[in-house]
Design a binder for this molecule. Structure first.
Ligand SMILES: [Zn+2]
Length: 306
């Protein structure tokens, strides 16, 4: 056996050789998430310290560095617990941790929504800027002594979103490529639909013994299940686009598209649903117009080409 589980529900964790997965509340459902601690002979680091680590603040593991898969509020919520060690993010997301202004630019909300969400990021997710945070790039390796963590840049969710491949245990940490039934999230200013699609193709080709995600799924231990989950996850993008094309049998504006809901469900109580729908489905519109499948029949109104 190379893994053990703790069943104490509030502080559930699982050890896979050098890796310990600290599960967040409710299996790491937002606003919480699952954090990974990697212990080497010389150094130990924590990946994406979440609200679940704040709940464990009286029993934290030893940490020499913090790695963030990307700069989103739920992934950095526990960074402040390790304020005296270096924090590392991909160079493309690094500005977000250096100031709250940059952090808010990642989401790209308009005035009004922006101020409300900034308060959430600071008060509920304990955002603390770190101007001297450090950057990493694709292919960088953190050698911990007997264990190492390799960066795999996987943009789309944010510009700098990165996977971490942990050896020798072969744990692939997928961050917010979370394999949930919700599907891929590309609704921020710094998100990109087509980058996300390329990232999904990349992820599918990486062999590993364990696949870990920040939310929901936790850890998958066999490749067959992983392939099934990632294919279902990727299919959500095609489903959104298919439903959009159907809806565009009549000319529609982006505001109508947002109100109809393609990312969220009708009736979901999501405070920021409109801007996320507009940003997400706007990217679908853009490429459908580009490929001639949708026409802009009058300024700001779109219809599918029959
Ligand atoms: Zn995220």
């Amino acid at each position: 056996m190379n893994s053990t589980s703790s069943t104490e529900s509030r502080f559930e964790q699982r050890k896979i050789d050098a890796v310990t997965v600290y599960f967040g509340a409710r299996g790491g459902k937002y606003p919480d998430g699952n954090s990974l601690w990697v212990e080497g002979r010389e150094e130990s680091l924590i990946i994406d310290p979440a609200l679940g680590m704040v709940a464990r603040k009286d029993r934290l593991p030893h940490v020499d560095r913090v790695l963030n898969s990307h700069c989103h509020e739920d992934h950095i919520a526990g960074n402040h617990l390790f304020s005296n060690v270096p924090w590392h993010l991909h160079e493309a997301d690094l500005p977000g941790i250096q100031s709250i202004e940059n952090m808010m630019a990642i989401y790209g909300f308009e005035a009004g929504v922006r101020e409300a969400f900034e308060k959430v990021v600071v008060d509920r997710f304990h955002y603390v800027p770190k101007p001297d945070a450090l950057s990493f790039r694709d292919g960088d390796v953190f050698e911990l002594g007997g264990a190492r963590v390799r960066v795999i840049h996987s943009p789309g969710h944010t510009r700098g979103h990165s996977f971490f491949f942990i050896e020798p245990d072969e744990v692939l940490y997928l961050g917010d490529v979370d394999l949930s039934s919700f599907g891929p999230y590309y609704g921020d200013a710094w998100s990109d639909l087509e980058d996300f699609e390329r990232t999904l193709e990349l992820a599918r080709e990486i062999p590993a013994r364990h696949y870990a995600t920040f939310h929901h799924i936790g850890v998958i231990d066999d490749r067959g299940t992983f392939i099934e989950r990632i294919d279902r996850f990727a299919a959500v993008i095609r489903s959104r686009e298919g439903r959009l094309l159907e809806y565009l049998s009549q000319p529609r504006s982006l505001a109508e598209i947002a109100e109809h809901r393609f990312v969220y469900r009708q009736g979901d109580d999501i405070a920021y649903a409109d801007p996320v729908e507009i940003r997400s489905m706007g990217q679908h519109i853009e490429r459908l117009v580009g490929s001639g499948r949708v026409d802009e029949v009058e300024p700001g109104r779109y219809r599918a080409v029959a």
